[in-house]
Design a protein around this ligand. Structure first.
Ligand code: SAH
Length: 256
């Protein structure tokens, strides 16, 4: 459902937002920084994805996140945004769930990170009009499978990057195995995330993400799969398969 009701933010279009989806997160907003709460899995995977993102920026720029201007799209309560700021990046987190951003802002204040970590409730397509060509790195994690038109988000991410930049996105593949692992396993059996968090039909295959990114003007860079062992309760990254959760990186322009 596309909705413009009850969200009277100024200068923001909501054509590409599903407030049923966003509501799944905002109603749990006070749990963003509870490491054992509803977003435990995001906390658990965060060190892995943070390191992978740094590997990507190192491979492209020859330097890590320190000093980079970073945009985190669909940042939620800022789990990743905060950790990138701790690594020395200047981070802007954007989301359309105001309560999520408030949780991020409170945590940023509490941890003394407000100089390098800011949050804004703005549609990414609007931000692209305002701040095109200004970020070194754009991240968009676990978000594309919650929006009506993910390709429009990817295009906006392209516009927001400087002429040379790195884009990293993560989402969930769409196949019988991902249905079994990400919906049945994660939501019903292991209860890693709330029931109803994900809609199978909105999952995105790597080929689809790749064609969205290439269509936006990106070059393909790297890809890895995120795996979970329910016995040891550990996550790890492996390029061996991208059947369920995966991350892909793309580049804009040539290596500087
Ligand atoms: N990226 C964060 C949070 C993932 S949860 C992390 O990985 O830690 C998905 C987030 O996407 C939620 O915070 C939700 O509010 C946000 N979201 C969904 N649709 C959106 C849209 N159209 N624009 C911006 N944010 C959106």
């Amino acid at each position: 459902m596309n909705s413009t009701t009850n969200h009277a933010h100024t200068n923001t279009t909501f054509n590409n937002a599903d407030f049923d989806e966003i509501g799944k997160f905002t109603r749990l907003a006070d749990e963003w920084w509870d490491r054992q709460g509803a977003f435990k899995s995001l906390h658990d995977i965060n060190p892995l994805r943070l390191d992978w993102i740094e590997d990507q920026t190192y491979a492209f720029f020859g330097s890590k996140l320190n000093g980079k201007k970073v945009l985190d799209v669909g940042c939620g309560g800022g789990i990743l945004s905060h950790s990138m700021a701790v690594r020395g990046a200047d981070v802007l987190g954007v989301d359309l769930g105001a309560e999520n951003l408030q949780a991020g802002q409170i945590h940023a204040k509490r941890t003394g990170m407000t100089d390098s970590l800011a949050f804004r409730c703005v549609a990414i397509e609007e931000l692209a009009k305002e701040q095109a060509g200004t970020f070194d790195v754009v991240t968009c994690m676990e978000m594309l499978e919650h929006v009506p038109d993910p390709s429009a988000i990817v295009r906006a991410c392209f516009e927001l990057l400087k002429p040379n930049g790195v884009f990293v996105a993560s989402t969930i593949n769409r196949n019988p195995k991902s249905y079994l692992f990400a919906i049945v396993g994660a939501e019903y059996v292991l209860r890693l995330v709330d029931k109803g968090t994900h809609d199978f039909h909105k999952f995105i295959t790597p080929a689809e993400l790749d064609s969205m990114a290439v269509g936006a003007g990106f070059g393909r860079f790297d890809m890895t799969g995120l795996h979970y062992n329910p016995i040891t309760k550990r996550f790890w990254l492996s390029n061996a398969n991208v059947d369920v959760n995966y991350m892909m990186s793309f580049t804009k322009g040539e290596k500087p």
